[in-house]
Design a protein. Structure first.
Ligand SMILES: NC(=O)C1=CN([C@@H]2O[C@H](COP(=O)(O)OP(=O)(O)OC[C@H]3O[C@@H](n4cnc5c(N)ncnc54)[C@H](O)[C@@H]3O)[C@@H](O)[C@H]2O)C=CC1
Ligand SMILES: O=C(O)C1=NCCCC1
Length: 266
């Protein structure tokens, strides 16, 4: 049996670039839709009496360009934040499609983070008229997904303002400072603004990304502009809270399009 190849996070980080990742994610979505890829529903193993979860995410793709059989194994340990570790850690296993032998184990944490933001970019690209309308992006949260969404969205769309709200305001301030420094270094002119209040953060937004682990809604539909595009990035035990927005009988959020985890309201 051939030796199993191991690809570390250092190597993965050197390889990833936004143009390739966004185009690969878009291609993967098309392959799933056109049945060139098999993507079964992930299995969820929760460790009893904890919030800790192991997800198994298998997949197979067969196109003119490539064939691959793989499985991503992801852990979600929410209390890792207090240990200075990412709450989501992932590894990806690739198998020989003729023999089933394991050939590659690669770090999947960065790939998962980039893939998730790239999926939001693709959804936003198709649902919004990105060039003429997207002036303000609002990000709810200031963790891993908040930062990577800010980077991916600015790479693709160049919003003039990026608003950030987080439960702990200092973290929103820190993220804005970090992103502002990076944009200054790159000579771009966008403004990163931390908000104390969620309503103020989202009310002018053309696109919203929710990136928290909150289990109750944080945004009320009455606060958002007509036509706003909302990307909901999350995992909860209760799928009914999955878009982290609120609506009631009199003011219904009208979901006219759903693509992956993304919603558009009119
Ligand atoms: N990191 C990744 O690669 C992926 C993450 N996700 C999902 O995205 C969401 C965020 O993940 P990460 O950014 O990795 O986590 P993180 O641990 O880096 O950040 C979590 C964020 O949620 C906020 N938060 C937690 N509980 C809250 C509450 N009750 N109310 C308001 N805010 C609260 C924190 O302040 C922080 O901003 C999670 O639901 C996760 O399952 C989904 C796919 C991939
Ligand atoms: O890879 C993904 O997609 C994940 N979604 C929810 C949390 C675990 C990873």
């Amino acid at each position: 049996m051939a030796a199993i190849k191991q690809i570390t996070s250092e190597t993965i980080c050197k390889i990833l670039d936004w143009k390739s990742v966004i185009s690969a994610v878009e291609e993967a979505m098309v392959n799933v839709s056109e049945k060139r890829a098999v993507q079964n529903v992930r299995s969820v193993t929760q460790i009893p009496k904890t919030d800790n979860i192991l997800f198994a995410m298998p997949g197979y793709v067969n196109t003119d360009k490539s064939t691959a059989l793989g499985c991503k194994l992801v852990t979600l340990f929410p209390s890792n934040a207090q240990k200075n570790l990412p709450s989501i850690l992932a590894n990806i296993l690739l198998f020989n499609e003729n023999t089933g032998a394991l050939e590659v184990i690669m770090d999947g944490t960065e790939i998962t983070a980039w893939r998730t933001a790239a999926a939001s970019v693709v959804a936003t690209k198709y649902i919004r008229d990105v060039n003429s309308q997207n002036k303000t992006l609002a990000i709810i949260g200031a963790g891993t997904q908040a930062k990577i969404h800010a980077i991916a969205f600015q790479q693709q769309f160049k919003f003039v303002k990026v608003h950030v709200w987080n439960r702990t305001h200092e973290k929103a301030e820190m993220l804005c400072k970090e992103l502002q420094c990076q944009s200054t270094l790159h000579g771009t002119i966008e403004e990163y603004i931390p908000f104390q209040n969620v309503e103020e953060c989202v009310k002018e937004a053309d696109v919203i990304v929710t990136t928290t682990s909150a289990t109750t809604p944080l945004i009320h539909h009455k606060w958002v502009k007509p036509g706003v595009h909302i990307n909901g990035k999350l995992w909860t035990k209760s799928s009914k809270n999955n878009n982290r927005t609120n609506s009631d009988k009199n003011h219904k959020l009208d979901l006219i399009t759903k693509l992956g985890n993304s919603y558009f309201s009119k």
